[in-house]
Unconditional design. Structure first.
Length: 683
């Protein structure tokens, strides 16, 4: 049977070299044991049971060795093959030859159990089975008062880099025990499994991962030249992927940190956790990617500062959607804007994730997702399709995209998963065409506003804003849901009670939180009854007027830079400030329905599942009762309750009674000229 350790020539070469170096350590240990035996003052001590006798030590020295491979002669150097890991580790961590010897002395018990007993004997304490600082100095021929002692200080590369741990801090300096973390030992033995503490916080991307493009190449050249840290300001691109690609262009793998997992860590754990991350990056010859930074700054900016402090010359690439603040780190940081990728690049990402160009590729153009988000969305879509036992379709992909939405906006707005379509709304043809225009703008905004730069300069965003104007009940909110369904997004209805605040400046802060959270989700933002916050500015006659105008001015600026899709609804279009109207892309008017539309609304609101009596006259209802769609729906529901209470189909009397009740709610008179022969029906 083949030994698996001998199937990797690189690993064999690494182990041969490592064991040769440990052989030299063993030779020094043997000389130290011989010297100790020669100087033993009382070999007949009756308390020898508390420690090893000279005879026991000789027995240990005579035991057969237990190396992973056969020994070459001690002192033999690396062969002509690839650079041994020990040599690469010394270079990457900035170790001196004495540091390497200290490391080998400290790790010897981890690869050969004989050293435990020998170190116990040399320490004159069988409970101390690892080398102490004093013993390591002696074995390496360094003076206990010389400069070599300070190579084991907390700030020295060996300890600061996490390669050697100096334990028992309360003991005298020379009696402190040296240990080597399991991850370092495993690395030198050829195992690249990350430390469990790191694996819970990061994923490793091999250096083979690469993304073509001018920016990754330029950043890679800068990282190779020692330009670090680097900050990518994401203006609609895919900063996480670009950061990994830049490190790949620099010839490095990437340790990509999970921002959410880091943010949950206690501040007391940060130094140890980040030190382990930096050590992992050094062991792999990798760089570190951290972002997006929004969950960390400014409240937990200490994490960014701590990472920068311990990273040293390890390349660090940070990314966020906001501008870099120089106070976040002690070192200067190069901040580079990252432009949004062209639609063709996103189409290629979708094709790769879906295993080919899908038939519905045009429907995916409106999603501003990065490559990693696309991969996650397709993974969710694939699982949904598997559960349903059919191929991946557009509805699965849209559900996968919605699954990527963060929950932050849910605290500020009500999320609605669209459940209606074009067939569920009854609208005039002109209004339908205006809604269709909004859908077109939402789908192709990235190409028109981004790639073709049709809205350049001035901090203008790539958002699409629509105004739905019409009387209450004419279908504005439902139409917003239809638009959201058509572009495959959730609808977020902003609760104005959580926005408007009587204290000066608080309304603007609440709106800013909504706009900021909306930038991180793939949804349509609906401001219902928007004239409450988007109303006209007025002549300043009091402090109240002045602050109201400040609020409106803020909204004018914020809507200009908004990158999402927003729908404003109002019952009175004239109440909306003209400056807002200029910034609106689509204005859809929702008039009161005519007779034909009311007939269709009655039919649709009663639905196919509701049992109907033979005396229903929907033509009469459509011609006589001038009601909006919302009121017709309310009447249908009331009539259904009346029928359910009587345990019978819905009758015309039920409809007339429900209309009477709706008239009372609206404050309208019940006239015989409208109700005709049904005027006498009680209600």
């Amino acid at each position: 049977m083949t030994d698996p350790e001998r199937t990797d020539p690189r690993r064999e070469a690494d182990l041969r070299y490592l064991w040769a170096r440990l052989g030299a350590v063993e030779a020094r240990v043997r000389r130290a044991v011989d010297a100790r035996l020669a100087d033993d003052p009382d070999p007949g001590d009756p308390y020898r049971g508390l420690y090893l006798t000279p005879e026991a030590v000789q027995g240990v020295l005579a035991e057969p060795r237990q190396p992973p491979l056969e020994h070459p002669e001690p002192g033999s150097g690396p062969d002509s093959g690839p650079e041994p890991r020990l040599v690469a580790l010394a270079r990457d961590f900035g170790l001196t030859p004495l540091d390497v010897e200290f490391l080998l002395v400290a790790m010897a018990p981890d690869v050969d159990a004989r050293f435990e007993k020998l170190y116990g004997y040399l320490n004159d304490d069988v409970t101390r089975r690892r080398p102490t600082v004093g013993l390591a100095l002696r074995l390496c021929g360094a003076s206990v008062a010389g400069p070599g002692r300070f190579r084991l200080a907390a700030t020295a590369p060996l300890v600061a880099g996490g390669l050697v741990e100096v334990r028992d801090p309360t003991a005298p300096a020379l009696s402190r025990v040296l240990g080597v973390p399991d991850r370092v030992v495993a690395h030198l033995l050829g195992d690249d499994t990350p430390d469990p503490a790191v694996a819970r916080l990061a994923r490793i991307v091999p250096r083979a991962h690469h993304l073509d493009g001018e920016l990754p190449e330029r950043l890679g050249a800068g990282l190779r030249a020692g330009v670090t840290p680097v900050h990518l300001r994401d203006t609609g691109g895919d900063a996480g992927t670009a950061a990994v690609a830049a490190l790949a262009a620099a010839g490095r793998a990437a340790v990509v940190l999970d921002v959410a997992a880091l943010a949950e860590r206690d501040d007391a754990e940060l130094p140890a956790v980040l030190a382990a991350v930096v050590r992992e990056a050094r062991l792999r010859g990798a760089g570190i990617v951290l972002g997006p930074l929004e969950p960390l700054v400014p409240a937990r900016v200490r994490l960014v500062r701590e990472l920068d402090a311990v990273a040293g010359d390890v390349p660090v690439v940070l990314h966020s959607g906001q501008h870099w603040d120089p106070r976040w780190t002690a070192r200067p940081v190069l901040s580079v804007p990252l432009a949004s990728p062209p639609p063709a690049a996103r189409a290629a990402w979708w094709a790769r994730a879906l295993g080919g160009e899908p038939a519905f590729s045009a429907e995916l153009a409106g999603y501003r997702l990065g490559s990693a988000e696309i991969d996650r969305a397709v993974a969710v879509a694939t699982r949904l399709a598997t559960l349903e036992g059919r191929p991946v379709g557009l509805d699965h992909v849209r559900a996968g995209v919605r699954a990527q939405n963060a929950a932050g906006l849910d605290r500020l707005a009500r999320r609605v998963v669209p459940g209606v379509g074009w067939d569920d709304v009854v609208l005039p043809e002109r209004t339908r065409s205006q809604l269709a225009e909004l859908v077109v703008r939402a789908r192709h905004r990235e190409r028109v506003l981004g790639q073709w730069r049709m809205r350049p300069g001035g901090g203008r965003g790539r958002g699409v804003v629509a105004l739905f104007a019409g009387e209450s009940g004419t279908g504005k909110t439902m139409s917003a849901e239809v638009v959201a369904a058509e572009v495959g997004m959730d609808l977020y209805v902003v609760d104005l009670s959580t926005v408007v605040d009587k204290y000066v400046g608080e309304t603007e802060k609440n709106l800013e939180r909504i706009f900021t959270e909306a930038a991180g989700v793939h949804g349509v933002l609906l401001f219902d009854e928007a004239d409450a916050v988007f109303g006209k500015r007025s002549e300043v006659q009091s402090a109240h007027d002045r602050y109201a105008n400040v609020e409106s001015a803020y909204l004018l600026q914020r809507m200009e830079s908004f990158d999402g899709i927003a729908v404003l609804t109002t019952n009175l279009r004239s109440n909306v400030d003209e400056a807002f109207t200029r910034r609106i892309d689509v204005i859809a008017d929702f008039p009161m329905p005519d007779v034909e539309q009311r007939r269709a609304l009655w039919e649709r609101c009663l639905g196919p599942g509701l049992p109907r009596a033979d005396d229903l006259d929907l033509e009469f209802c459509a011609e006589r009762f001038e009601l909006a769609g919302g009121s017709i729906r309310a009447c249908a529901v009331t009539a259904a309750y009346l029928a359910a209470a009587a345990d019978r189909p819905v009758t015309m009397a039920d409809l007339v009674t429900s209309v009477r009740q709706e008239y009372r709610k609206l404050g309208r008179l019940v006239l015989e000229s409208e109700f005709g022969p049904w005027f006498a029906v009680p209600g």
